[in-house]
Each structure stands twice: as C-alpha cells, then as structure tokens.
Ligand binder design. Structure first.
Ligand code: ATP
Length: 309
C-alpha cells in the first residue's frame, strides 16, 4: 500500500500541489482526474520518487519511501506523459536497453522482452525502428518499458495523449487487463472522464493543487444524486405544458429540446408527475429518459468549470 500525507510542492509562491493526502491499496485501480495545470504531473513525480516534496511524506507499507528508495523504485513502473523511447532503436532494442538498466540480462531479459512484445501486441513490429511506429504503437511500447521490471504499482500520466480513438481504446483495454489479470495496482491520471470511468474503482478529483473530491465512482456521483435529468419526448410541444412542468414542486428547470423537454428535478421519481402534466395538456409522451450524473457533471458542480477549460 502507498500512502501520502500532506504532500506539498511549491515553486516559489506557487503551490503546484497543496497538502494532498491519498492512498493506493494493493490491486486497485485509482483515477486521478483534473484539468490542465491542476497539479497531477507534479503529484505523480513525487509519488514515483522522481521529485522530493516540499512538505509531507510518502509511505510504502508504512515506511517512508525515502528511507527505502531502491526497493521502492523496483516496485513501481511509471509511464510518463511524454514518450521516452529511442527512435533509432527497434521495439525489441528499446526494451532490452531499459531491461538492462534494471539489471536484467541473458535468458531472463529475452524472455521478459518477448512476453511484453506479445502482451502489447507489438510482435509483428518488434524489429522495426520506433521512428516508423504510429502514435498508438509508441504509447504501447512506452507502457511495456514501464513494465519491464515487473513492478507491483503502475503509475500512468495521461498515457493516451495524442492518439486516435481506436488506439486509445486498445491501450485502455491493455491497462485494464494488467489490473484484472496481472493484479497490478494502478494510478491513472487523465483529464478524460470516460477513461477514468472505464478503468478505475476509486477516483480523486484534483483542482488547483488540492483534492476536491474522492471516493468510489458511485460515491462521487452521489454528490449529484439529489438532481436528476429527465428527457421527455412528446408528439407536440406546447408552451402551456412547459409552464405546467415548471410549476411542479420538485422541478428546478425546464429547457425545450428538439422534440420535447429537458427537466432537471430534485426528485428521484418524477415519472408520474411528468405523465400527468402531459396528459392534462393532451400531449402524447413518446419516451422519458433519465440521465445519470457523469463524473464530468460532478466536476462542473464542484468547480463551476468544465474539465477541459
Ligand atoms: N518546474 C516548475 N516550475 C514552476 N511551476 C511549475 C513547475 N512544474 C509545474 N508548475 C506549475 O504547477 C502547476 C501544476 O502543473 P502540473 O504540470 O503538475 O499540472 P497537470 O495537472 O499535470 O497539468 P497537465 O494536465 O497540463 O499535465 C501549474 O500551474 C504549473 O505551471
């Protein structure tokens, strides 16, 4: 288990990370979500021991990581935001190079390199120079490099930046496999809500150097559970119906949409009232859709800004 207490990193007067506490339990997949400049990379640099906190402590199984740096570094693999590969070398040569840096050699090195090339589905291109690779292939090789020494913890800093949706999905599937089939503990940083929703059991939301919310996906969505959005599709739109809907006690707002209304309510069960209001106006209801809150909604609710501001 990795735990951080009161982590702070200051650059002069700027607190890039400001008093953060978090933990990572063995085998779980945790998301760190925040907009550009929130402090995610700074936090990750400290958690992966690449930079020292200005204040605060990081523990591995109850002991400060700075008192056991070598063994800590053997247990973590970091996928940096920028691709760190040698373009002139082939995929296999890159993995061999990084493997040697971890003192792997001989058959053990060859075996590990082959295993990773297969796992990352790079077998067919293993003897090609990295400079000929697509963005998605480079990202997969970057991930393989972080795994060369069989780390227990895998820390990923926005690993899907700059790749197309298909390659992104492929990479996300591979990361999920690493957690579910190989039992890796994962800290996944992103400003893409859908990636974190797909991969992570637990989430920290970060903004301006601080954690502004944390919990399981459901716990975080509970922040908005008092609000529900209903989409009402009707055969005809009438101003009088809109007024009726607005007049309902639990209704916060009604907006006209293409073939109906979007109704935001404090009530969890508004179906009956919506149908009655429509019936009263002789309007046929074709469909009612209830929208669940997304993590994007949660962020907007907490900060008043969208994630990609
Ligand atoms: N070496 C540095 N010197 C001065 N300020 C820095 C330094 N590194 C980061 N910062 C500042 O700290 C804040 C957090 O930056 P950081 O890169 O950690 O954010 P981020 O959440 O990772 O953003 P992104 O999603 O764009 O990578 C920013 O305001 C940034 O300008």
């Amino acid at each position: 288990m990795i735990e951080a207490e009161q982590l702070t990193k200051s650059y002069g007067p700027v607190h890039a990370v400001n008093g953060i506490g978090l933990y990572l339990k063995k085998g779980e997949s945790v998301g760190l979500l925040g907009p550009n400049g929130a402090g995610k990379s700074t936090l990750i640099e400290m958690l992966s021991s690449l930079s020292k906190p200005s204040k605060g402590k990081i523990f591995l199984n109850g002991k400060s990581i700075h008192s056991q740096l070598t063994s800590f570094r053997e247990k973590i693999g970091v996928v940096p935001q920028d691709i760190a590969l040698y373009n002139e070398l082939t995929a296999r040569e890159n993995l061999q190079f990084f493997g040697k840096a971890y003192k792997l050699k001989g058959d053990a090195l060859t075996e590990r390199v082959n295993e990773l090339l297969t796992l990352m589905e790079l077998d067919e291109r293993k003897n090609h120079q990295v400079k000929t690779f697509s963005g998605g292939m480079k990202r997969r090789l970057n991930l393989a490099v972080a795994l060369i020494h069989q780390p227990e913890f895998l820390i990923l800093d926005e690993p899907t930046v700059g790749i197309d949706p298909h390659s992104r999905r492929h990479l996300l599937d591979l990361i999920r496999k690493l957690q579910q089939e190989e039992g890796k503990t994962i800290l996944y940083t992103s400003h893409y809500m859908e990636e974190v929703e797909f991969l992570c059991d637990r989430i920290y939301i970060m903004d301006r150097g601080s954690i502004i919310a944390s919990g399981t996906k459901n716990e975080i969505k509970q922040i908005l559970s008092i609000e529900r959005t209903y989409e009402l599709t009707v055969h005809i739109q009438k101003n009088s119906l809109k007024e009726q809907l607005e007049a309902l006690d639990a209704v916060k707002s009604v907006v006209e949409i293409e073939s109906g209304y979007r109704v935001v309510s404090y009530e969890k069960e508004l179906f009956k009232e919506l149908l009655q209001a429509a019936q009263g106006e002789n309007v046929e209801v074709r469909a009612i859709k209830v929208e669940e809150a997304t993590l994007e909604d949660v962020f907007l609710h907490l900060t008043g800004r969208t994630l990609r501001d």
